[in-house]
Design a protein. Structure first.
Length: 236
């Protein structure tokens, strides 16, 4: 449990966000976005359309050569990329369905019990945080009494670690200036644990996000990681 009694939820775009929440004891059960690669459009669509488009239309595997000379495989859809789970196995599909239901139950529980929720997403590309209003509207439509903030994490080692506000619900943080995984997101979690980010005075103390930022083009890095294969399938 967090010091401020927040519920933290990873919104991807990849494993690191969930991993750090696990390391800090802030995530004890699995949720659907934890260990997959996701586009923010896909995350938003899940809340807008009750996860109707979460799974690929066709479950098909793509194989690729790994640096060690072996073969890796993944399942891709328009907005999601799954390489840690075998979607051809019906039990895996059922586990994801359980995680989806668990998330819905948890957000309703937070809504009903006035538990403040912190959504965290490591940005996939520079446009992610520009779509925050659509995400906020989707959450408000589905969970109208939920009190929440969303934090976008810019995982670029060259950037000085710094936390900014975008508006009264959106935070943007340069977080990873250290290659060690244990240091990822540390300044973000430490700040949210040491300060009540739902207090307007705390939130307003943050500097405003500059108009021009460098997010390191993570989308390109994702493509390169898979031998220049596009990790998503726009037709699936």
């Amino acid at each position: 449990m967090s010091k401020n009694n927040y519920f933290y939820l990873s919104l991807g775009h990849r494993c690191y966000t969930a991993i750090y929440l696990i390391e800090r004891g802030l995530r004890t059960v699995a949720y659907p976005f934890d260990h997959i690669i996701s586009k923010f459009d896909g995350i938003i669509d899940c809340f807008e359309n009750d996860f109707e488009n979460f799974f690929p239309k066709e479950i098909k595997v793509t194989e690729y050569p790994t640096p060690s000379g072996g073969k890796g495989k993944f399942y891709a859809s328009k907005n999601f990329h799954v390489n840690h789970h075998d979607l051809s196995d019906p039990t895996v599909i059922n586990k994801f369905k359980e995680r989806i239901q668990r998330l819905d139950n948890k957000l309703k529980e937070c809504e009903n019990n006035n538990v403040k929720t912190v959504f965290m997403r490591t940005v996939l590309c520079h446009t992610d945080y520009l779509k925050a209003d659509r995400f906020i509207n989707a959450i408000k439509n589905k969970y109208p009494r939920l009190e929440f903030k969303i934090i976008f994490i810019n995982d670029v080692k060259a950037q000085e670690r710094k936390i900014f506000k975008v508006n009264n619900q959106v935070m943007f943080a340069h977080s990873s200036s250290n290659p060690n995984q244990g240091a990822r997101n540390k300044n973000v979690i430490d700040f949210t644990e040491s300060n009540d980010i739902f207090d307007p005075e705390v939130w307003n103390s943050l500097p405003q996000l500059p108009k021009r930022i460098n997010t390191g083009n993570d989308e390109f890095k994702a493509k390169v990681s898979f031998s220049r294969l596009n990790p998503f399938d726009p037709n699936n």
